[in-house]
Design a protein around this ligand. Structure first.
Ligand code: KG4
Ligand code: ZN
Length: 339
């Protein structure tokens, strides 16, 4: 039987990406054009610039994805695209491009939720992985615990009430004068620091049912910023690796504790880590140890599939394709798309 080819486009934030995958699990190409150097001088993503860069790059990136996959548009079975959550102008570039391709080629169009895409990156990295499992999605925009009962049955268990974990990493890194995005720099600095040097707060660690699977990182962010500001006012030099390690430990402790609790609560034996912060070395190490202790099998993608990419969107699109979950040409960008 001829293999099913998905072409997907991802433009929700600051990476323009296009990918072709075969039969849902095999990456034939995954082209990522990063705008990080463009946004770095502003210390964060500038939405208007991101949209303009996506317009410049989207067609060349799609062309390259087709060439690398040794295929052509006529052999593609469906076109997947991220339609939210994300920056509205950035999302619109991908959505308009995918709609134009679907219309011109008369192929099915599939609207993909970016957060679900992050989880599905694990199906590309681990051919043996099957639902059910609990997924911890930690990225620049999200911190969520999701019960994936089946490929097309996802239940949100809880999420952050304020900042996302990656957002806290990036904001603190900025005050420490690390370049954007700061998460990897904190990860690196923390390796030389003492995680017990400063006792930063851990939110929602009590037994209350309403916040059992909720997260909050804005209090932690303020505590770290206050610590740095007061030291500066007193003219004291701070030990940056110690502060980075102590902050990181406060984030990782809560993420690990809640992920294990969630797997236990829904009664699954598999835990999946996803999103940009899944590349964090301490999070992987601590979650691996905790999962082992609780008899759970942990899965996480390689770094290139943790951060934004279109292969994960193509994978999510494939499982929607199997159940005819198609979009029509009215598909629009939904910046605050829920699960
Ligand atoms: O998933 P992603 O590429 O974009 C969103 O959908 O938000 O995640 C980007 C986030 C940024 O906040 C970045 O600082 C963080 O992931 N990140 C890390 C690491 N690598 C990337 N945070 C902590 N440690 C890392 N090694
Ligand atoms: Zn993302």
């Amino acid at each position: 039987m001829k293999q099913k080819l998905m072409l997907a486009v991802e433009t929700s934030c600051d990476e323009t990406s296009a990918a072709v995958i075969a039969n849902g699990r095999t990456i034939l190409s995954n082209i990522i054009s990063s705008q990080v150097p463009t946004h770095q001088k502003f210390g964060g993503v500038v939405p208007e610039i991101a949209s303009r860069k996506h317009i410049e790059h989207v067609i060349p990136v799609i062309d390259q994805a087709l060439v690398e996959a040794k295929t052509t548009l006529k052999d593609i079975d469906a076109i997947g695209v991220t339609y939210g959550p994300g920056l509205v102008g950035a999302l619109l570039v991908g959505v308009a491009t995918a709609k134009a391709l679907a219309f011109a080629l008369d192929k099915p169009l599939i609207g993909v939720n970016h957060l679900e895409g992050h989880i599905f990156a694990n199906f590309l990295a681990h051919s043996e992985l099957q639902p059910p499992f609990v997924a911890l999605v930690v990225s620049g925009g999200h911190t969520s615990l999701i019960h994936l009962k089946d490929y097309n049955e996802l239940v949100l268990l809880g999420q952050t009430c304020d900042d996302a974990a990656g957002e806290a990493f990036d904001k603190i890194a900025r005050v420490m004068n690390f370049p954007y995005p700061g998460g990897p720099h904190i990860d690196k600095a923390a390796k030389r620091g003492n995680p017990a040097a400063v006792a930063f707060p851990r939110a929602f660690t009590g037994k209350e049912e309403e916040t059992r699977f909720s997260f909050s990182f804005s209090g932690l962010k303020s505590a770290v910023l206050n610590y740095l500001n007061s030291a500066a006012q007193r003219g004291e030099t701070v030990n940056i690796p110690d502060v980075a390690a102590s902050f990181q430990a406060a984030v990782v402790d809560v993420l690990v504790m809640k992920a294990i609790l969630a797997a236990d609560y829904v009664g699954v034996k598999q835990l999946v880590l996803a999103g940009g912060v899944a590349a964090n070395s301490s999070l992987k190490k601590e979650l691996t140890a905790a999962a082992h202790k609780h008899g759970l099998t942990l899965f996480y993608p390689p770094p290139v599939l943790c951060t934004d990419n279109a292969a994960m969107i193509a994978c999510r699109a494939y499982y929607q394709f199997l159940v005819n979950d198609f979009a029509d040409l009215n598909l629009n960008a939904v910046p605050a798309l829920k699960l």
